[in-house]
Design a protein around this ligand. Structure first.
Ligand SMILES: [Cu+2]
Length: 477
């Protein structure tokens, strides 16, 4: 990241800290009393809401020995009682709450009502079911409390005006907001260098004849995929993705691999023109690189720019998806400068060697899972660009599935496919990236804002807990 981008990120961090504080305040102020998502064993009072002129939910289920917490969401006083019993709450004004102990009721079906004159007749009744407190009914009570994992069936049948629906919706909002807040906190951590990051450019040692020597160590190391979730990843130099290797066309290179993995390995230089015996497919092109052995690949790089990647080939179904993948760049990406593509003029003086370059390595399996650059939202790193800045995103798919990557709003032009310049560059906003493919995309940061950038297979980007997986944000300042 350029110093300018770092500065932008710091400024963003200050703004977002303020936003984060506001979010904390909002969440704290609006959390339902007693907290949400309680376990069945610890089920507290069952919430009931009153308004003009309704009691909701329409059926209130309470385990034997339990109670209800009653909130008046209306504007006039209400109360709640159990028909044909002496049980009745005091009157409560709008905005206030009380509770009503129902522990004297035996299992059965009752009626709740508002005892203020005329309110029952106006519609303020509900069914009250006292269950026998068995496991099944405790589960019902837990469902009433709201749960951590809400799916379609949990929400589709709810009445939008119902208090239970509103509470469940609130839980969904809260967990979504919490994820966004964590993402903002991570943006600050990235700016401060406090997060493990992959794609770090690897500096070569230069031999007397100019040969560039890159040292790699493959090992299983700790890697934080998402906040609080550290996995045993398969890494080159402790990174996911591994180090970003950048060489120039025609360079002589040596790539020295120390294998500290428990199994043999090899490295395939995917998309780079190398001699057969350097292609990294054991046992076809070479012998296995056995545990604790060191092996040196040596070749002269192709004479034209390229965008490749490197990864293990031996048992890739284990090694690659768990982290043994990285980018291998040859030269600057050729740009269609001076052309108009999809109504966007690409400046004649644009030089890809001076542009911000953003790797976007996709994965969806192994211990890394659905991820961008080895991170799952909210631990993904934001991209920061200045208004009117042109920059490059390099997509690589090291996973098992295709991913339609969607960046909101900004003009995006696909300039290379698998490192080869396109005769007809094209503009798009969603790019399908299949396993093994690479695309370089020229982006103009045209409109200030915090723009979502995510896989559009929405289950790769959203979960019952909110945004997750293949999601990040482009910040245009
Ligand atoms: Cu996807």
């Amino acid at each position: 990241m350029s110093p300018a981008s770092q500065t932008m990120l710091s400024r963003f961090a200050v703004v977002t800290s303020i936003f984060a504080l506001i979010m904390v305040g909002v969440v704290a102020a609006t959390r339902p009393e007693g907290g949400g998502g309680g376990s069945a064993a610890a089920a507290g009072p069952v919430p009931v809401a009153l308004s003009e002129f309704e009691i909701s939910p329409g059926t209130v289920t309470v385990p034997k020995g339990g109670s209800i917490s009653v909130t008046n969401n209306g504007s006039v006083a209400h109360n709640v009682g159990v028909t044909d019993t002496a049980l009745k709450s005091p009157d409560i004004n709008g905005g206030e709450s009380t509770s009503l102990d129902l522990s004297t009721l035996e299992p059965g079906t009752y009626e709740l009502y508002c005892a203020i004159s005329g309110h029952k007749e106006a519609g303020m009744t509900a069914t009250l079911i006292i269950t026998d407190g068995s496991a099944g009914s405790a589960e019902d009570a837990a469902a009433t409390e709201g749960t951590e994992h809400l799916g379609h069936d949990d929400v589709a049948t709810l009445d939008p005006s119902d208090a239970q629906a509103q509470r469940i919706n609130k839980e969904m909002e809260d967990s979504m907001s919490a994820g966004v807040q964590t993402f903002l906190e991570y943006a600050e951590k990235y700016a401060n260098g406090e997060v493990q990051v992959g794609n770090q450019k690897l500096e070569p040692e230069i031999e007397a004849d100019g040969t560039k020597v890159f040292n790699l160590t493959a090992a299983i190391t700790d890697w934080e995929v998402s906040p609080g979730k550290t996995v045993k990843a398969w890494t080159y130099n402790g990174q996911v993705p591994g180090p970003w290797i950048r060489v120039e066309p025609g360079d002589k290179v040596k790539l020295v691999l120390k294998n500290n993995l428990p199994i043999s390995t090899d490295i395939h230089w995917h998309g780079i023109d190398v001699p057969f015996e350097q292609d990294g497919v054991a046992p076809i092109t070479q012998d296995y690189i056995r545990p604790l052995d060191t092996y040196t690949y040596e070749f002269t790089v192709q004479n034209h720019p390229g965008m490749g990647m490197y990864h293990a080939h031996f048992h890739g179904q284990i090694a690659i998806v768990n982290g043994l993948f990285a980018m291998f760049q040859v030269g600057d990406v050729p740009l269609p400068t001076g052309r108009t593509v999809g109504n966007v003029e690409i400046p004649a003086d644009l030089n890809s060697g001076t542009l911000q370059e953003v790797p976007m390595v996709l994965n969806d399996a192994g211990v890394i899972g659905l991820s961008l650059n080895g991170k799952s939202f909210p631990a993904t790193q934001p991209i920061v660009a200045k208004k009117d800045e042109w920059f490059l995103i390099h997509f690589f798919n090291e996973g098992l599935q295709g991913h339609p990557m969607h960046l909101h709003r900004q003009p995006q032009i696909v300039v290379t496919k698998d490192g080869f310049p396109l005769d007809a560059p094209y503009r798009m906003d969603t790019l399908w990236v299949s396993p093994g493919e690479r695309y370089s995309v020229l982006v103009k940061a045209e409109d200030p804002g915090k723009w979502a950038f995510h896989c559009h297979i929405v289950s790769h980007a959203e979960s019952p807990e909110g945004l997750f997986g293949m999601v990040t944000v482009l910040i245009v300042e």
